[in-house]
Design a protein around this ligand. Structure first.
Ligand code: MN
Ligand code: MN
Length: 310
């Protein structure tokens, strides 16, 4: 497939963390889809803001002992978005992700709103994929104001696709969504429960639930984090998670599943830079990406040898 018409490759633009290492197994794909946000739009500016802030972070991950400088990223630019057609944009994202999946790469998708994840997950062309979703919201509405591809309906569309879903950080839900989750075996741990249980017990529950999964995709809706940690999100919600807890959960889950499950990709969505007065949300998003990349690299050591081949 010729995906060059779907990607905006501006050679002079900033690359993620300053990298464009073509041999890296990690591909950065910007997906500035920003159409259905009801409250604070602006996530179309997130890929650029994340790329810029990532330049300021160190690459050695103490949590994992992995030096991201050895692996790098292959930043392929942004998917070109239709100005108003959400479903067309979901298909474009799916096509680009599918292309890099076929090239044995691990896509890291920079949203954009959460709707991006529908395209990204469908790009793997495998409904048996498991999704670990960090989010304040269920995103399980069947429709929002009559529209089925709203960012409040993301997990509902993916559930219809057939994927297995585990949500962490839940705290802003509707009665309809709660009934749906309980009736349809969608696992979730609320943010107060995460605090009570601790990251080890949360990770154990995820590992048990995903024990049959061959492929894992992680989606970080930035509003899973507390607004004091990540203030610039489209729909802020108090009583959220802290960054270390999220990363410690992911570290244990990826380790616990590493014998039988491959992390195929992940995304960071719902960051809205116009509300990022201090720039701290961009740094948090960048740290999330660098640490998650290090966690994946640690548990799939052959990735390192792939990266050094050029
Ligand atoms: Mn969401
Ligand atoms: Mn959310």
């Amino acid at each position: 497939m010729d995906i060059s018409k779907l990607l905006y490759l501006n050679e002079s633009s900033t690359k993620f963390a300053g990298f464009n290492k073509e041999s890296s197994p990690f591909v950065i794909i910007g997906a500035p889809l920003d159409i259905t946000s009801s409250y604070r739009p602006g996530s179309r500016f997130a890929p650029l803001a994340i790329r810029n802030s990532a330049q300021t972070l160190e690459f050695l991950s103490l949590r994992t002992g992995i030096d991201i400088g050895d692996i790098g990223f292959n930043d392929v630019g942004d998917v070109i978005m239709h100005p108003s057609d959400v479903e067309e944009n979901i298909n474009r994202i799916a096509s680009v992700v599918s292309y890099f999946k076929d090239a044995n790469k691990i896509p890291i998708v920079l949203g954009g709103e959460h709707t991006v994840t529908i395209g990204s997950v469908k790009g793997f062309e495998d409904p048996s994929i498991c999704i670990l979703d960090f989010d304040a919201h269920f995103d399980l509405r069947d429709e929002y104001m009559g529209y089925k591809y709203d960012h409040a309906c993301v997990m509902r569309r993916l559930w219809e696709y057939g994927v297995k879903i585990f949500e962490i950080g839940t705290r802003a839900i509707s009665r309809e969504e709660l009934d749906f989750a309980n009736k349809n075996g969608i696992n979730y741990i609320t943010s107060p429960e995460v605090k009570l249980l601790g990251h080890r017990e949360v990770a154990r529950k995820v590992i048990n639930s995903f024990s049959e999964c061959k492929k894992l995709y992680i989606t970080y809706d930035m509003d899973a984090l507390d607004p004091s940690v990540a203030p610039a999100v489209a729909t802020p919600e108090p009583e959220g998670l802290d960054l270390s807890t999220v990363l410690d959960i992911v570290n244990l889950v990826v380790e616990g599943l590493s014998n039988r499950t491959k992390v195929v990709g992940f995304d960071v969505v719902e960051f809205s830079p116009p509300y990022d007065a201090t720039g701290v949300t961009a740094i948090v998003a960048s740290k999330l990406i660098i640490e998650t990349t290090a966690i994946i690299a640690k548990h799939y050591k052959n990735l390192l040898s792939l990266a050094t081949k050029s």
